[in-house]
Write a protein that binds this ligand. Structure first.
Ligand SMILES: [Mg+2]
Length: 402
């Protein structure tokens, strides 16, 4: 069996033809990149890459030169050939990780189809048939809508600033039996001191975890937060490969690792990360913020087979196109997703639907607020002005609480 061709399918997310970007577009930045590996025996595999899809498309096309003519069943050997082949470009970041991931996912899909088995059955079998998922809320009303759909876990993300009142109001809306998480999104201007101040306020709200309190490059700051705040911490969505996740695990910096299923390096890399975490009593809750529907299938196969699952992230109220570009589609059932049973990943691309959404841009070029980057405003210098504003708010809140 030989690989004959690798095709890529890049699409803009959150837009309709002839219409501007809307809900789910992540300020115009969101693209999905799917890959399809074809073989001389007529069996094809599909995968998905995240990490800057528009750039990764070219990376995948470049790597195809290594893969054509190879046996697709030698997954780990080929992964290492690709990995070594890109060493000259520097450390493997999320672009390289995304390219490796989509290709490796498609190779697993081929292997499953050749053997007539779902991928989870080639990874040691299942622990479970249903994977718990959590959604997102920016308002108490949206949190209640999630609960109406059967969810029992919800995450609040800070965008444009720390909003402790919002977290508190969502905790009040969902009650004490629901798992609540906070994602600070690791902004580069969040100092360890500020993350600790915020964390001490969040301690009162019984969180399942406090995610990316500081920038992912700043592991010493994360250590300071770890030492000072009594809440489980989560991180890891922006790193790729086992070497990227290694310090988080080795230094016990977090309670939950969150590799992104589209850019962590592949299904095998994710399984290895889970094993590394397991040896430190750390759980895994893969990131899925901007991911498309193919990577979600891959996450279910992985999470079915590991003991230390916490949950899978899900954009429950996503752009409707999510349910038009693949078949079958995944719909949540009482806050869980069912593990697929079909051979391979169990999902196929609907190419004519994908073709309706050509990629236009892949960076966030719409400002978060009207003052963004305006001279003399908070948006002008996020490192300095937003910090002053945040500290003033926190100080006020602490004073009110006294
Ligand atoms: Mg996050």
């Amino acid at each position: 069996m030989k690989i004959t061709e690798i095709k890529t399918y890049l699409m803009q997310v959150g837009a309709r033809p002839g219409m501007p970007a809307g809900d789910g577009s992540f300020r115009g930045s969101r693209n999905w990149l799917f890959v399809k590996i074809e073989t001389d025996e007529g069996i094809c595999g599909v995968g998905e890459c995240s990490g800057w899809p528009r750039v990764i498309e070219r990376a995948v096309q470049d790597l195809a030169t290594i893969l054509v003519g190879e046996d697709p069943r030698d997954i780990d050997r080929l992964w290492h050939r690709l990995y070594v082949g890109t060493m000259g470009h520097g450390m493997t970041g999320t672009v390289g990780g995304g390219a490796l991931t989509g290709i490796e996912m498609a190779l697993w899909d081929i292997k499953g189809k050749v053997l007539g088995q779902p991928i989870w059955n080639l990874l040691g079998g299942k622990f479970r048939d249903m994977i718990p998922v959590y959604g997102h809320a920016k308002t108490p009303q949206r949190a209640r809508e999630l609960m109406d759909r059967g969810y029992s876990a919800v995450k609040v993300g800070f965008t444009g600033g720390v909003d402790l009142d919002l977290v508190s109001s969502i905790r009040d809306a969902v009650g004490s039996d629901v798992d609540l998480m906070v994602d600070a999104h690791g902004p580069s201007w969040m100092t360890a001191g500020d993350a600790i101040l915020v964390g001490r306020e969040l301690e009162k709200l019984d969180l399942l975890f406090y995610e990316d309190p500081v920038a992912p490059e700043n592991l010493d700051a994360l250590q300071r937060v770890r030492d000072a705040v009594d809440i489980p911490l989560a991180a890891g969505e922006r790193v790729s490969t086992i070497w990227g996740i290694r310090p988080y695990v080795e230094r016990d910096l977090v309670d939950v690792i969150q590799p992104d299923t589209g850019r962590a390096g592949g299904i095998t890399q994710m399984r290895k990360m889970a094993a590394m975490a397991e040896s430190h009593y750390i759980t895994m809750a893969p990131h899925s913020g901007s991911l498309g529907p193919v990577a979600e299938f891959a996450a279910l196969h992985i999470l079915a087979t590991i003991p230390n699952v916490l949950m899978l992230e899900r954009v429950e109220f996503d752009w409707p196109g999510r349910y038009e570009v693949v078949s079958p589609v995944l719909k949540s059932e009482n806050g869980t997703l069912r593990v697929p049973e079909a051979p391979g990943l169990g999902v196929e691309l609907i190419e004519e639907e994908i073709g309706k959404y050509p990629s236009d841009r892949n960076v966030a070029d719409m400002p978060t607020n009207e003052n963004a980057y305006e001279p003399g405003t908070f948006g002008e210098c996020v490192y300095f002005q937003t910090r002053l504003r945040r500290r003033a708010r926190l100080r006020l809140k602490r004073t009110e609480g006294d």
